[in-house]
Each structure stands twice: as C-alpha cells, then as structure tokens.
Design a protein around this ligand. Structure first.
Ligand code: GZL
Length: 372
C-alpha cells in the first residue's frame, strides 16, 4: 500500500519537482479557449514533470456540490468502504499514459479505502457504454470516466443521470454541461500543449520545415485542440513552416508507424513531424529509420505525453521535445469527489499542470524519476 507524505510535503515536493510547462498552460485557459500562447522563457523550459496532478492556480466556475448537481443527488461518503465507485478507462493500458492513469486511480482508492470497480473499453465507445451500464448494475453510486470520445457516451450518461449517479470526467471531456451532465472536467490544456509543440518544432528547425502531423483518434476534444492549437500557432508565428500532410494514427504506435511510412513515400520533402501523442511518435521513429533516414537529424520530431521511452528519445536526440500530459489523476480525482460531497464543490474545469521535456532537462528528469 502506498503511503503518501502529508499534504504539506506533497505540495513542497511538487514545487521542488518543477514548475508548470509554460505560463499560458498553467492558466485555466481550458481546452477550447485560445490560450495566449506559451511563454518560452528559459525558466518555463527548465520545467520538469509533476509527481502528482496539481490544479493550476485558477479554476473556472463556482464549485459544484451534490446538492446542486442535476437538481440534487444523494450525499455519499466514498471512503466508508461500502459505497461503490466505478472507474471507466477508455483505452488499453499498453499505452503508458493509460497504465499510469489507471494505477493512480487504483492506488488512491486503496489509500482512501474506497470500494472501486473498474472496466477498460479498449478504445471502443460502444464497449465503454455497456461497461458503464454494467458497473451501474453492479452497484456503482458514483463514476470516474476517462471518455473514449466526446459524443458517444450518451446512453451510459443518460442512465447514470436518471439514476442520480454523478460522473466525474478526467483527461477528456464529454459534450454537455458541467454540474448537470457531469460534475466537472479534470485534465490538461491540450490547446496550450499544441502551441508549445509548434514553438518547439520551430526552434528545432530554425522556423523552416515541411511538417507531417500525426493526429489522434477523431471525435474527442484532445485531438481537436491539439490539432487546432498547433495550426493556429504555426499560422500566427511561423510563415516558413508548412504542413504538407496530416493523418490520424489513432493515438496508437502501430498505426503511427504505418501512416508515417505512407506519408514519407508520398512526401519526400517531409523533414519534421508533430505527433499528437508519444505512442504515434515512437511509431514514426521506426518508420523514419525504415526509410533510411535519421530521426532527430533528417526529420525533427515533437510529441506530447512524456512517457519514459519518448523522454529517453529526447535525451538521445531522436525527439526534439516532448510535452507531458500528466496522467496521475488519482489524488485530485478523489479529492474532487470529496469536495463534491462536501461544501467546497468542484469547479467546471480543473486544468492541471504538465511537464515539458527538452534536451536541456530530459536526462535530469529521467534520473530524478519524474517520468512515468
Ligand atoms: C490525454 C489523453 C490522450 C493521451 C494519449 O488526456 O486523452 O489519450 O495524450 C491517449 O496518449 O491516447
């Protein structure tokens, strides 16, 4: 059983471990707001990852409590050992982001004595609907959901709402209204991450490149914001960076490799890649090598998530930079539920701080165990 240090020293550890990746990504700009664009000051770029998910300073919206949610739902004590909390994971834990997210929820549930049941939808939205309904049938009285996509969970969310079972969404949002259709959204500023990725790619290429974008799975706010944030930043600041191709790799390594192979054959001028997650970036590295090119030299790559293998690739020079998506939601998710059932309430959007790995700090972050 993991025992956590007292809250005070956790906060101190977080501050010691590093700062958020950039001023704009630490404001509560939310996922779809137009972040003012990341600052790229040296202080920000020496940021390392956070060991725990910590909210940014400001949070949007008044606090939502069980008295207000959907006209009022039963007040529960989730740590009483009998109240069942259901956790719905969207994708396979073969992705270290998913594995770390799931482990973080499990560890915090264990630490608090929460009775947790969980399912993994393996990236299938119909499966996720039926699994959520199954957990409700198994007695779940409140749900933590990592949604596969923004619009596909209507049936399950409607059933939860009808049965007055609150839903807290983490890492992706669902369509609907906070404190009515779901309690709140906790996750990263995906738009801000993408702006920083554009800045990193401009720095790596001297502001002149033919870029291929490997986009995430369609139909969720992460892909939408990471695509729009990158394109907006390039359009606003980098006239000599041209996006020559953009295709989904479904956030998966095998798809990322296959799509990258095809794009390299179709576009011999590609000398830069923006991957919307590390799994696809790792696939792209394989494809670039198979094409007889050197990643980090012939083709500059920037990615998002900050998983171990990718940060090692940053330290080794194959990747130019990697913006972290911190998956350690457990403590904040359960604290949010306790605030929901208490008097403090939960803001509509809780945007978390992420690390930023570059050649300047990747090795140090790995040595300090800050990378998941
Ligand atoms: C982000 C999460 C994304 C990760 C990908 O919160 O939804 O989904 O960045 C994952 O690795 O597929």
């Amino acid at each position: 059983m993991t025992t956590r240090p007292p809250a005070r020293s956790v906060a101190a550890a977080v501050l010691a471990a590093g700062l958020c990746l950039a001023a704009s990504a630490c404001t509560n700009s939310g996922n779809d707001d137009k972040a003012s664009g990341p600052s790229s000051s040296a202080a920000d770029n020496t940021a390392a990852s956070q060991q725990v998910v910590t909210p940014t300073d400001s949070a949007a919206g008044a606090g939502c409590t069980s008295q207000q949610y959907g006209g009022g739902v039963p007040k529960l004590d989730i740590t009483d050992g009998s109240t069942v909390v259901g956790f719905s994971q969207s994708e396979s834990t073969s992705n270290p982001f998913r594995a770390t997210e799931t482990k973080s929820i499990e560890n915090e549930a264990k630490r608090l004595g929460v009775k947790l049941i969980e399912r993994n939808a393996n990236a299938d939205v119909n499966t996720q609907n039926s699994q959520i309904e199954d957990m409700i049938a198994q007695g779940a009285k409140v749900l933590i959901v990592a949604p596969e996509n923004s619009d596909g969970l209507g049936p399950a969310l409607a059933q939860a709402k009808a049965k007055k079972i609150p839903v807290l969404t983490i890492d992706r949002t669902v369509t609907g209204a906070a404190c009515t259709d779901f309690i709140a959204f906790i996750g990263s500023n995906f738009y801000g991450q993408a702006q920083i990725a554009a800045d990193d790619l401009a720095q790596a290429t001297g502001g002149k490149a033919h870029v291929a974008i490997l986009t995430g799975t369609p139909g969720n706010n992460v892909t939408t914001d990471r695509t729009k944030g990158f394109q907006d930043q390039v359009k606003a600041k980098y006239p000599n960076i041209q996006v020559v191709a953009s295709q989904t790799g479904n956030f998966a390594q095998t798809d990322g490799q296959k799509v990258m192979e095809q794009l390299l054959q179709a576009h011999s001028d590609i000398n830069a890649v923006y991957a919307e997650n590390d799994e696809m970036a790792l696939g792209a590295v394989q494809a670039i090598r198979a094409a007889g090119k050197t990643p980090g030299k012939d083709v500059k790559i920037v990615s998002i998530d900050g998983i171990q293998q990718a940060v090692q690739d940053v330290a080794a020079g194959q990747l130019a930079a990697d913006i972290e998506t911190n998956p350690r939601f457990g403590p904040l998710a359960f604290q949010s539920l306790q605030d929901f059932y208490g008097t403090k309430g939960v803001p509509d959007k809780v945007i978390i701080k992420d690390g930023h790995f570059t050649s300047a700090n990747a090795k140090q972050a790995l040595d300090q165990g800050l990378v998941y």
